[in-house]
Design a protein around this ligand. Structure first.
Ligand SMILES: Cc1ncc(COP(=O)(O)O)c(C=O)c1O
Length: 385
């Protein structure tokens, strides 16, 4: 009866308008209606990537898009750099290992970002790098890598492509793919894009297309050249996720209704600040430093003296508030508060209030209402501007 308050890093809540759009009668993916839907929608998504390049739509999860970016550009034995700052950087490592690339791994401690200086130093002795892979928003730690600065370093010091996983932030964080020099940017539907899982979005720079055209590694379903070829006709090589593309069109409407993508980005920034200030007021530590804190997900350290598993289970059972736990080495150490996509300042006030109720139930020592008040203060400052 009570709705689940899903404050996860994805899948995330789906707006009613998007649900209804996905509920339309099915159309053929080889019809004129589809061509129009495809052309209009992929055009409207471009500002979310900050690109004039085509947006290719794969009927897949984010992992397939990461794999497509890797397999289309690099051949076995070629050298790559993978920057990993958490669980999803490690995904890129695993993919590159599977395909037999020669990997130079730039490993950062979980909770930290990779700075431009660190990458510059790491690249110095490397002379034959084909691609540098990085995660924009590390979902396991709530850390945003400075991909704009990293791109500059890659292109100053190497001829490598710069390939970026934007799965958990595109649609909620600023992205200027063309201006920053990102060669391939990918995302998935189920996070800041306000859609169910099952659609991946990929954009490719001219420089990356040249590399892809010459790449010899075989791929079939994930072959980006065939996606490009079919995109010219306003279609996809195989049957696409038609309903999700209908939903994506409604997502574009909603972003327009909000006043354009810059407003959507500003809302995510505001929600990040509300959550962070609330936790500070509750004397609960945050994992990520201010400078690199994610606008879509906040990693929060386990409040002192609490059993995190029991606490999260209680929040869900008693208050229907659903947070995600930590991954890998951070399991039991942090929980993750998702604030992306169809999430608003009022949702943050609700979640912080219920979180406080749970803390009270677990006899955690804190000033009641302090978190809500702090979040509300950040919100009201933004309203009065
Ligand atoms: C940053 C990042 N990359 C990749 C993935 C994998 O995406 P999917 O689970 O859709 O395959 C995720 C999923 O959480 C993610 O957060």
């Amino acid at each position: 009866m009570y709705p689940n308050i899903l404050r996860h890093p994805g899948p995330t809540p789906i707006p009613k308008k998007v649900q209804l759009a996905m509920n339309q009668d099915m159309i053929s993916h080889r019809s004129e209606e589809f061509v129009q839907l495809y052309r209009e929608t992929t055009e409207r998504v471009k500002p979310l990537f900050g690109t004039n390049q085509d947006i290719l739509l794969l009927p897949s999860g984010g992992t397939a898009a990461l794999e497509a970016a890797a397999v289309n550009t690099v051949s076995p034995g070629e050298e790559v750099v993978v920057i990993t700052i958490g669980a999803f950087g490690d995904y890129f490592v695993s993919i590159c290992e599977k395909y037999g690339f020669h990997i130079h791994k730039l490993q950062k401690q979980w909770g930290e970002a990779c700075s431009a200086e660190e990458l510059a130093e790491f690249l110095k002795p490397l002379t034959n790098i084909k691609a540098v892979f990085a995660t924009y928003n590390e979902t396991s730690t709530g850390v945003l890598n400075p991909v704009d600065e990293l791109a500059k370093v890659v292109h100053t010091q190497t001829d490598a492509l710069f390939i970026v996983d934007g799965v958990s932030c595109i649609g909620g964080a600023p992205a200027e793919m063309d201006q920053w020099g990102i060669d391939i940017l990918v995302t998935g539907s189920q996070k800041a894009m306000m859609l169910p899982p099952g659609l991946a979005l990929v954009s490719v720079s001219d420089r990356a297309w040249k590399v892809i055209e010459e790449n010899k590694t075989p791929s079939y379903y994930l072959n980006l050249l065939s996606y490009r070829e079919w995109a010219e006709k306003g279609m996809t090589p195989n049957t696409p996720a038609v309903s999700l593309i209908m939903g994506l069109s409604a997502v574009c409407d909603l972003i327009e209704e909000e006043g354009g993508f810059s407003q959507t980005v500003a809302r995510h920034e505001l929600m990040k600040n509300m959550v962070r200030e609330a936790m500070k007021a509750l004397k609960i530590s945050l994992l990520a430093a201010e400078e690199y804190a994610s606008p879509t997900i906040t990693a929060i350290r386990t409040p002192e003296g609490l059993n995190l598993g029991e606490f999260l289970a209680h929040l869900k059972k008693q208050y229907h508030l659903d947070f995600a736990g930590g991954l890998g080495p951070l399991q039991g150490e942090i929980f993750r508060f998702g604030h992306m996509g169809y999430c608003f300042p009022s949702d943050i006030l609700q979640a912080v209030s219920l979180l406080e109720a749970g803390l009270q139930d677990f006899s955690y020592s804190f000033e009641r209402g302090a978190g809500v008040l702090a979040a509300q203060k950040v919100f009201l400052q933004s309203v009065s501007r």
